[in-house]
Design a protein around this ligand. Structure first.
Ligand code: SF4
Length: 326
């Protein structure tokens, strides 16, 4: 299995987050983490749905409006100032555009929060009579994207200000890239097993029962079983488990498991130092990078081959320093 992800991953992004002046007011929402830090590792595919359906910049602002009630209710994308309804134009264009994006080998997508086109969740939805909105809708382009690419890691820029959510999103992006690399080489049952082995602790940190379920799924498969169906079932579980950010408790559990692979090979002082480092992480006195670096060091020095292939110890480029803040 190729164990290292591509040097550059390709991510879709709402164009205004890169500083493009495409917002309704002619401005942008440039996000310094995305442009200056993550941007060094990413090839961005910038999309502005509202500009791409032919609306100019600046333009009157739009909103989502609920027409009708109950099961008959429809969500429409409208410009209150002019009464124009852009729903058909946006949904027709979005269906075509997400097909194009699906062919681009994206490994993730960053959407602009709150937008009636790009917002992933909690977008304002106004009642027909112009009363107070609820915050329970999804932008029309975001809805098409998530429906077409259900395994793609997708986040909003606002949520990426939260260190655990940020770390989890990037870990998902690189896991997606590794999955895609393996898929391109062609799945075999043995390749799926190797993938699982390499991602076991990444999964365990998020959901131990989920990790075991995936292991059992592969273990119970028979030789000659339809590999494509097995890969599809595994991938659904992988997406589900990886979506949930790990807790400190989940990480501590994994760190203790990994320590078990080196403890017997360490002298008393080094073993004590490793145990204390994990405990200090558990108590919130150290960031995750400290015990992970110590484990990487011992695994390399002691030549513990099993740990070398563990993506948990190298889930994304070190330079992003994502484990320094969780
Ligand atoms: S939120 Fe989406 S539609 Fe609005 S300006 Fe940004 S990219 Fe364009």
């Amino acid at each position: 299995m190729p164990s290292s992800p591509p040097s550059r991953v390709r991510l879709g992004i709402s164009a205004c987050l890169l500083g493009q002046e495409v917002r309704y007011n002619g401005g942008h929402k440039r996000d310094p983490f995305l442009t200056d830090t993550l941007g060094n590792w990413v090839e961005w595919v910038a999309v502005c749905p509202e500009v791409e359906i032919g609306l100019g910049t600046p333009r009157p602002s739009m909103r989502l409006v609920r027409l009708g009630r109950g099961e008959e209710a429809e969500v429409r994308l409208v410009t209150p100032e002019t009464g124009a309804d852009h729903t058909a134009a946006m949904t027709t264009w979005a269906a075509r555009r997400v097909d194009e994006l699906a062919a681009l080998d994206l490994d993730g997508y960053v959407l602009k929060k709150d937008s009636p086109s790009c917002g992933m969740e909690r977008v304002k939805l106004y009642p027909e009579d112009g009363g107070a909105p609820t915050k329970d809708a999804r932008g029309l382009f975001a809805a098409a994207l998530l429906a077409r690419l259900p395994h793609l890691p997708v986040e909003e820029e606002g949520r990426l200000n939260d260190p655990p959510l940020r770390e989890n999103f990037i870990a998902r992006v690189y896991a997606h890239a590794r999955w895609r690399q393996n898929e391109a080489a062609g799945w075999t049952r043995a390749a799926l097993m190797r993938f699982h082995e390499a991602h076991k602790f990444l999964l365990m940190a998020r959901n131990q029962a989920g990790m075991r379920r995936l292991g059992r799924l592969l273990g119970a498969s028979a030789k000659g079983e339809d590999t494509a169906a097995l890969a599809a079932a595994y991938r659904s579980g992988l997406t589900e488990v990886m979506r949930r950010p790990p807790t400190r408790r989940g990480h501590t559990n994994v760190l203790q498991h990994l320590a078990g692979f080196v403890s017997d090979l360490l002298d008393t002082d080094d073993r004590k130092e490793l145990t204390e480092t994990i405990e200090r992480y558990r108590l919130g006195l150290l960031p995750l990078i400290v015990p992970v670096t110590l484990l990487r060091h011992h695994a390399r020095k002691l030549g513990v081959a099993y740990l070398h292939g563990q993506t948990y110890l190298e889930p994304h480029p070190h330079e992003l320093m994502l484990m320094n803040h969780v």
